[in-house]
Design a protein around this ligand. Structure first.
Ligand SMILES: [Fe+2]
Ligand SMILES: [Fe+2]
Length: 274
């Protein structure tokens, strides 16, 4: 298993750096291999030289934004600024409808994670947990493991719920046996001197000794290496696993009076003022 996360490889930028597609076509395969090796070395050097922000840097950014970092994707505009009009949901929406109509910003990430879990022969519960693990980002990001587990608890097994709830805490702690290393992404997101809060540490200790430790750990293992360029799995790849492991309510998600129905309705109708 890889020890380091895959470096993001921008194929277009690489080709452009060589003078464009025509120039690349004229190169011998040996020259192409050399150029690729050079490019990879440059990327590695760049990554090694990367300077991560400190917690004080992150703190200084708070009042430079019109939103808070924990806000759900559905409630804040993208790079263009304004939010987009959303397509209406069907009367009795399924998980698939949410994937297609409300999970845009996060679907590629979770589909890649689930795809990797499938390719590495994980159990259906782990594949399902990978598929769902960050989808609650559309609603809220702070403490997303707990929010996500609560949202899915009425519809999936206890073990899959456990995996979703605790993947959040396990991401802060190395597990060399499973090939998991604290990611640079977190140094960038939280600041290089960030130490998880005591509740995260206490949760980690509890889960580390739990008989289901493997489930959330395997979510983090498939999560870390999930950002592969040019990999675009589709939700249809997981239709059978969802059918076997997700209890779709006949009234539709949001309308079945489950303890988390309001969370689904909030994602269905994020433009309602109250
Ligand atoms: Fe996550
Ligand atoms: Fe993730």
């Amino acid at each position: 298993m890889r020890e380091e996360p895959i470096l993001e490889f921008d194929r277009r930028a690489f080709i452009a750096s060589l003078g464009g597609a025509t120039a690349v076509a004229a190169m011998s395969s040996e020259a192409k291999a050399d150029a690729l090796e050079d490019h990879q070395q440059q990327m590695l050097n760049k990554a090694a030289a990367e300077k991560f922000p400190t917690m004080a840097d992150m703190d200084a950014q708070i009042e430079t934004r019109p939103y808070r970092r924990g806000v759900g994707n559905l409630f804040v505009g993208g790079k263009a600024g304004n939010v987009k009009r959303l397509a209406p949901m069907p009367a009795a929406p399924t998980l698939l409808d949410y994937f297609q109509l409300r999970f845009h910003e996060i679907s590629n990430h979770v589909l890649q994670s689930a795809n990797r879990a499938m390719k590495t022969g994980m159990s259906e519960e782990v594949i399902l947990a990978c598929l769902l693990h960050d989808t609650v980002h559309q609603l809220v990001k702070v403490d997303h493991g707990w929010w996500g587990a609560q949202m899915y608890a009425p519809y999936i097994s206890e073990k899959a719920t456990f995996a979703i709830r605790y993947h959040q805490a396990l991401r802060f702690f190395d597990d060399p046996e499973h090939g998991y290393k604290y990611p640079d992404l977190y140094r960038r997101m939280f600041g290089e001197d960030y130490k998880p809060e005591p509740y995260i540490e206490a949760t980690y200790k509890m889960v580390r000794n739990h008989k289901w430790y493997e489930e959330p750990r395997l979510v983090t293992v498939n999560d870390l290496y999930a950002f592969e360029p040019n990999v675009n799995p589709k939700i249809e790849q997981f239709t059978d696993i969802v059918a076997r492991n997700f209890k779709q309510p006949k009234e539709g998600l949001g309308y079945d009076n489950s303890p988390s129905a309001h969370m689904w309705r909030t994602m269905a109708m994020p433009d309602h003022p109250l």
